[in-house]
Design a protein around this ligand. Structure first.
Ligand SMILES: [Zn+2]
Length: 495
């Protein structure tokens, strides 16, 4: 299991409620944030009560994250300090020698904050005292942007409100700077009910960690649990970003998924107590590199595609084969190719018989809704589906013989090729792979709207064949149906 960490700033640095991968839990204090990050595994998920992401200007009621969360807070609204623009925070020049120096620095920060906000707004004293801690995290994230994916901001009072069924806590934790028994007791009871272990909630506190710090760190740990189990959402959703690309969002459990029973991990455990992995490890690590690499570079593209919808110009019909992925072969990014994959890249003939037709449904959407300009049928070498079609005496893989039925789209020509004694087995294989492409293109023209759009010059149909071993891409001559040697000279490219 992944290590989860809930953090609250405290007098001695950072109070951390840690749930280790092996199930152990402990409350620790770290002098600085970098030491904390260094002390936990590289994939640990860290949720912290500290603003992350600093806009260059504040227009309106505050950072997008604060504006989004404020309505949840009810009577606990004042627990959310508005954070000013980056310039004001970065002007921190402490530690200050004495109250006078601190007051002067606060006044300077307020002036900078007012100049960078509309309506002009200064800095509260509590907000000002957070600056060094805000900057600690900010510098770390700017030096290592990958941390942005696993160091997330939350807010204890908003988390308590959501975890409490959408009701803000009845009493404050503190009054006049002093802890309040009723407020602490109320929060503690909620945390115990939601499964925070005794090792965190009952153990002696390290020096410099107040009871309120402990409770807030535990609340942050519950938020980390909800993020780790996909039961959380960012406010705003999607997060905003500052000029350095740092996400601006307060993460909270999703209200519909955070009852006492559901927030715990019990539901995700098998009967022997082992946690079921949400996804295979290889996919999680692949996904991590996507988020930290391609997504990070192309965030604006993804955002625009989400906002405006997709308008791909080309549909590709390809085989399911893991070695012939169209997006990889054509170097396509998000939004560029509309892809349907099935066994042996076949298009069935138009047949509106009321049965289930996956490929025909994809075609209908691509042509009628997206109005794609091209449809490319891409076959490939060493195709298992084609091989099955050439092996007429093979046993079905299951009683339903879905493959046999599907590949019968290529009958009777498959049988003719299979019985051709002038060809070697590998020639028969390649021949049928290419025939499958021509057959699919012919079947595309049996769809009335495809034929009509092609006739009108609004849609063109293409065939291609990919050689897995050499990466050669052969293209079909529309006049003759022959395949022409590579579009790009691969050997030149390799050298
Ligand atoms: Zn295939």
């Amino acid at each position: 299991m992944r290590t989860l960490v809930g953090i609250d700033g405290c007098r001695r640095g950072w109070a951390a409620a840690i749930e280790h991968g092996d199930g152990r839990a402990e409350l620790r204090v770290f002098p600085d944030f970098a030491a904390l990050i260094a002390a936990v595994p590289e994939d640990a998920l860290v949720v912290v009560d500290m603003p992350i992401g600093l806009p260059e200007r504040i227009d309106g009621p505050g950072r997008a994250a604060e504006a989004a969360v404020r309505p949840l807070l009810g009577a606990r609204r004042s627990s959310l300090f508005p954070i000013p623009a980056r310039g004001a925070v970065e002007a921190w020049d402490g530690p200050h020698a004495g109250e006078a120096a601190r007051g002067a620095a606060h006044a300077r920060a307020s002036a900078l904050a007012r100049a960078a906000s509309e309506p002009p707004r200064g800095v509260s004293r509590q907000g000002f005292m957070l600056f060094p801690k805000i900057l600690e995290i900010d510098r770390l994230l700017r030096a290592d942007p990958a941390l942005c994916g696993r160091v997330l901001e939350s807010h204890p009072e908003a988390a308590f409100a959501v975890l409490n069924g959408g009701r803000a806590m009845a009493s404050a934790k503190k009054a006049g700077g002093r802890p309040q028994g009723a407020g602490l007791g109320e929060r503690r009871a909620l945390l115990v009910r939601l499964g925070v272990p005794a090792a965190l909630i009952d153990a002696p506190r390290p020096a410099g960690v107040g009871e309120d710090d402990r409770l807030d760190a535990c609340a942050m740990l519950l938020v980390a649990r909800s993020v780790a189990t996909a039961r959380a959402r960012p406010f705003p959703d999607p997060p905003a970003r500052d000029a350095h690309g740092i996400p601006i969002a307060i993460w909270l459990p999703r209200p519909d998924l955070c009852s006492a029973e559901e927030i715990g991990l019990e539901a995700l455990q098998t009967s022997d107590g082992a946690t079921m992995p949400l996804l295979p490890d290889a996919l999680v690590s692949g996904y991590r590199s996507f988020v930290q690499g391609r997504y990070l570079q192309e965030t604006q593209t993804y955002r625009a595609l989400a906002r405006d919808g997709q308008t791909p110009e080309t549909m590709v019909i390809a085989c399911c084969d893991s070695r012939a992925a169209p997006e990889t072969i054509f170097g396509a990014g998000a939004g560029q190719l509309f892809v349907a994959r099935n066994v042996a890249n076949l298009v069935p003939p138009y047949n509106p018989d009321g049965e289930f037709h996956g490929t025909s449904a994809a075609l209908e959407f691509a042509v009628q809704a997206l109005k794609v300009k091209n449809i490319v049928v891409m076959g490939h070498g060493r195709c298992g589906g084609i091989k099955a079609a050439l092996t007429s005496d093979a046993e079905p893989l299951s009683p339903g013989d879905f493959i046999g039925k599907w590949m019968s789209i290529l009958q009777p020509v498959a049988e003719t090729v299979a019985s051709n004694e002038l060809m070697t087995p590998s020639e028969r294989q390649t021949a049928l792979e290419r025939i499958s492409i021509r057959t699919s293109i012919a079947n595309l023209r049996t769809f009335p709207y495809i034929a009509a759009r092609e006739e009108a010059g609004e849609l063109s149909l293409h065939g291609a064949w990919f050689d897995i071993s050499t990466a050669e891409l052969w293209a079909m001559d529309p006049e003759t149906g022959d395949f022409q040697r590579p579009l790009v000279d691969v050997e030149d490219a390799v050298i």
